[in-house]
Write a protein that binds this ligand. Sequence first.
Ligand SMILES: Nc1ncnc2c1ncn2[C@@H]1O[C@H](COP(=O)(O)OP(=O)(O)OP(=O)(O)O)[C@@H](O)[C@H]1O
Length: 294
Amino acid sequence: MQQIGKAYNEMKQGEPAVERLFDLTASFPKAKASRRHLKNVIGDVVFDNVCFSYGATSPRVLQNINFHVCAGETVALVGPSGGGKTTLAKLLLRLYEPTQGNILIDGENIQGVSLESLRQQVAIVPQETALFTGTVMENIAYGVMPNDIDMKRVERAATMANADEFIRRLPDGYETNLGERGSSLSGGQRQRIAIARAIYHGPSILILDEATSALDNRSEKLVREALEQLMIGRTVFIIAHRLETVQKAARIFLLDGGKLVEEGTHSSLIARGGQYASLFSAGRDDVRPQLTAK
Ligand SMILES: Nc1ncnc2c1ncn2[C@@H]1O[C@H](COP(=O)(O)OP(=O)(O)OP(=O)(O)O)[C@@H](O)[C@H]1O
């Protein structure tokens, strides 16, 4: 009973951080008892005429979004502030449901699957990593009951995330209690714990919200390498801010005013000479100021 109580408290401690990240409101979808379990997912994602408004009388913030992202593909979501990038990610995580249209994973409408199984398959690595007060090990295996944590798997995930080395130097290694929301760690270390968490849970679909705040060079390199490990073999949506990230993506989706206005590879969009090309014409490395400038 004590273990259950502890796990419950830990989950509760994590909740405010998740809510802060996604600004959850009353429209959180209601869990339905009879939903199917999503399993053996390869990560094929379809948005079929998806529209969305945050409230019945609010304007549409996504309008007739149609795309097919193949399993294992990496797509960069770019566009001006308020274009709908984060909202699209929220719908894929089913933090909200489309007001019209359908989202399919491996051909299965996500409205018909259990939230639990969906969240096992779709993970997010946010800009601001939400850690909770607990041990490093518990933070990596987030959501798993303490007795069920597979330590070998935690260590493997941390190694792949370039986190094992610094964790072993902490006073109690993997058993070290992180302070309030992981305040004893640097920003880069917190990000690598978040990446280890995603690797531990093995989702087939990832949403990466690329950090805009700068890390020092070494930390930046370790985080980038960790992300590259994490992305291998998964379908990835990156809310991208950097030119280098965007150029590496297999495809780029430019969202503006809730519409998918351009779609293609970096070179094809540059050759097209449209909105994406003009946003990049200044050629700076940090794309955010250009993509958010109207
Ligand atoms: N919880 C919310 N309630 C009501 N409107 C919202 C909410 N969250 C976002 N919006 C609105 O939805 C639209 C799309 O916002 P969204 O955050 O998806 O854009 P974005 O492209 O991710 O922007 P940014 O690059 O600034 O993060 C905006 O007009 C925004 O004001």
